[in-house]
Design a protein around this ligand. Sequence first.
Ligand SMILES: C[S@@+](CC[C@H](N)C(=O)[O-])C[C@H]1O[C@@H](n2cnc3c(N)ncnc32)[C@H](O)[C@@H]1O
Length: 236
Amino acid sequence: MAIEGQLNEVERRLITEAITQAAKKPVVAIEVGTWLGGGSTLHILRALELNGAGHLWGIEADRSIYQRMLANIREAFPAAENRFTPLFGFSDDVLKRWKTEQPTNTIVDFVFLDGGNNPREQIEEFELLDPLIPLGGQLLSHDAKIRKGRWLVPYISRLDNWESRLHDVSENGLFYAKKIAARPSSQSLRAAKWHLFRQACHPGEIAASYLPSSVCGFALRLLPKKFSRKLSDGKN
Ligand SMILES: C[S@@+](CC[C@H](N)C(=O)[O-])C[C@H]1O[C@@H](n2cnc3c(N)ncnc32)[C@H](O)[C@@H]1O
């Protein structure tokens, strides 16, 4: 049965191969933003199943989407009971709670970030998970070329303990990163933080963060549709 999901065929293949071709089979995988389950969630689960190892925790913040995703995954992936734990809520709350519920030495081998459009969220998700990611651990994120990924992609790219590349395989872009050292040098961390600070100070981001969404929505509705969509997604 085909269930609804995002990501194109190449992106789905790249996610699958990151798991099936990993030097060490991922044991703990976490994704943010399952949507209806047929994209990243199903493909991560199938890849773990091919490996014969690993468990996915999938976070989704929208209640009705979450319920539909549960039904979809149950139907499309019979082994879900053993391989999948869905988590309802916003990523920052869920990840903080999830971390307190795991054994102290828990590591996270595989991360896929594809939640909300605010670029701050992927940074927060990264900061919560990074300490648990071991050498060789992999992080992929979607919408790397648009507003959602606009802070995380340059941030990780500047950290010299991550090897990273942008797969320019869709309009939105898929970012890939692998941890190659436990900690970044202080110089690269400073460069990453400085760049992040400058992005956070961009007038457009300040307006998006502090103006009520009703004001932003009103302003966007005044613009021609094509232009307002570009602005809200941060497409160039
Ligand atoms: C672009 S869709 C994800 C697509 C999915 N990865 C796929 O491959 O089909 C983004 C999803 O993230 C959810 N979301 C948005 N903000 C979130 C957050 N802070 N925490 C968890 N989920 C979030 C949305 O409800 C939506 O279902």
